[in-house]
Design a protein around this ligand. Structure first.
Ligand code: ATP
Length: 304
């Protein structure tokens, strides 16, 4: 086989409740993911060793090209688990902003798993790929699956959510990314500051039923009322300038806006495609880098 081209989507967490920090340093979360039409393209070709090149329509200078790269780690993991002895060259073309809170690295890992599986003729089952994905990162299983899903645990225990119709979003991206661990640490510090002596007993985080209802009904107005991201407070404390952008979007026709994942990308939900186009024009005219996307879209899959 000449080579394999796989495309994988970025994601928005339309709901993200963050529980207490666990003994292992991770937080338990309950999230509703929506895969959106901003993509990573990975081209895999046979090679003796494991190599990678990264280009794209976004600034890729922050992407490691060594074994820290999640796509390379995915390829190596699949080779190890399947007993495949050759290597691969991965040519990654990024469309998802790096360290933008949209799971770009996770999408590369999911795409690399699917691409190497096809290139090497392994024919792993979906559940085998999902299990490898979970070893690579909390968001990797969702990028494989795509569509709309609820994630619990670290976000990696997935169940598909019923979804109808199409949701139109405007994304505002930032030139400089944010570190996910730093944002979680910011949330812990914020919670410690606002804690009172008498705290309610903490319960396991759970996705609100109104979110699931809105997704099921394809109802952007109801979804706008139910959007939630517990990381937002920490992201905005670390990047106060984003607060004004959120306000601008929300007063320029968005039904609602929120920080995507750990940020700094902002996601504005519009009533329909026309409203989203108008909003994007307004935000672009104000000097922001804004783009129209829609969801849900499928997970990582072979294109050629
Ligand atoms: P998260 O999944 O934590 O929300 P994110 O969407 O904010 O992540 P990513 O673009 O996935 O951000 O990158 C987070 C960090 O992971 C980067 O700063 C980079 O150092 C590292 N990284 C490793 N592999 C990749 C990859 N293939 N593409 C982008 N970043 C990668």
């Amino acid at each position: 086989m000449e080579g394999v081209h796989v495309r994988a989507p970025g994601k928005i967490n339309v709901f993200l409740e963050v529980g207490d920090v666990q003994d292992d340093g991770y937080h338990e979360v309950a999230t509703a993911y929506q895969a959106v039409s901003v993509f990573e393209d990975v081209f895999a070709t046979e090679a003796e060793d494991f190599t990678i090149s990264v280009t794209g329509s976004v600034d890729v200078s922050g992407v490691p090209l060594d074994d820290r790269n999640l796509a390379l780690r995915a390829a190596r993991l699949l080779a190890k688990e399947s007993g495949h002895t050759g290597g691969v060259h991965l040519d990654v073309r990024k469309g998802v902003p790096v360290a933008g809170g949209m799971g770009g690295g996770s999408a590369d890992a999911a795409a690399a798993l699917v691409a190497c599986d096809a290139l090497w003729g392994i024919e792993a089952s979906t559940s085998q790929l999902l299990q490898l994905a979970a070893q690579l990162g909390a968001d990797v299983p969702f990028s494989l699956m795509g569509g709309t899903a609820v994630g619990t645990g670290r976000g990696d225990q997935l169940s598909a959510a019923l979804a109808r119709g199409r949701f139109d979003w405007v994304l505002v991206t930032s030139d400089e990314g944010m570190s996910t661990p730093e944002v979680y640490a910011g949330l812990d510090a914020h919670r410690a500051r606002v804690a009172t002596d008498i705290m309610p007993a903490s319960r396991a985080p759970v996705v609100a039923s109104t979110v699931l209802q809105a997704l099921r009904a394809g109802d952007p107005v109801l979804l706008a009322e139910s959007l939630r991201n517990d990381l937002q407070v920490a992201t905005l404390q670390l990047r106060p300038a984003l607060t004004d952008v959120l306000l601008l979007g929300e007063t320029s026709g968005a039904l609602a806006g929120l920080v995507s994942g750990s940020g700094p990308t902002l996601a504005f939900l519009a009533a329909d495609e026309d409203d989203a186009l108008d909003l994007r024009i307004t935000l672009s005219a104000a000097g922001f880098h804004a783009l129209n996307v829609h969801g849900p879209v499928p997970g990582a899959r072979v294109v050629n």
